[in-house]
Design a protein around this ligand. Structure first.
Ligand code: ZN
Length: 155
């Protein structure tokens, strides 16, 4: 009886372990040197050191092609041109992320402001910030650095 219970418990635990693994995004981890080797100095400063590009200077704030914006570090698909809009901020802005995209949110109290930092959950790249003054239907504004993104045009 005890053995049966033990086997049952072990099986249940294993089942949960396998399911948890399937749900977690596939991680991409590199050392600072490795990131430095594959990114431009600006991409490195923004994504790995939480920098911010100057408004109206990036590649994508005034970019209107159809396609997908992926994480410049690991290639995860994060935002779609379908949810991109002109916020007037000078940074590429989206009212939603792609469904199921590995986008993480974190409270950020740097520079005396309370903001929500947006990160790539797959490689921990700093992407930008999330605000609640976006347009319908979500009211959200993902304010993202162009340097944290790479654009993949639609076929
Ligand atoms: Zn990433």
């Amino acid at each position: 009886m005890k053995l049966t219970l033990f086997v049952l418990c072990t099986c249940t635990a294993l089942l949960f372990a396998v399911r948890a693994q399937a749900a977690a995004p596939e991680r991409v981890e590199k050392t600072e040197e490795e990131w430095r080797a594959i990114l431009t100095p600006e991409q490195f400063e923004i994504t790995r050191k939480k920098g911010t590009e100057l408004a109206f200077t990036g590649a994508y704030w005034d970019h209107h092609e159809k396609g997908v914006y992926a994480c410049v570090c690991c290639g995860a698909h994060l935002f779609s041109s379908e949810a991109k809009y002109d916020s007037g901020s000078g940074w590429p802005s989206y009212w939603a992320m792609i469904d199921g995209a590995p986008v993480a949110e974190k409270r950020d109290v740097s520079f005396g402001m309370i903001r929500t930092e947006v990160l790539c959950a797959r490689c921990d790249a700093h992407l930008g910030h999330l605000f609640t003054d976006g347009p319908p239907p979500t009211g959200l504004r993902y304010c993202i650095n162009s340097a944290a993104l790479t654009f993949i045009p639609a076929e």
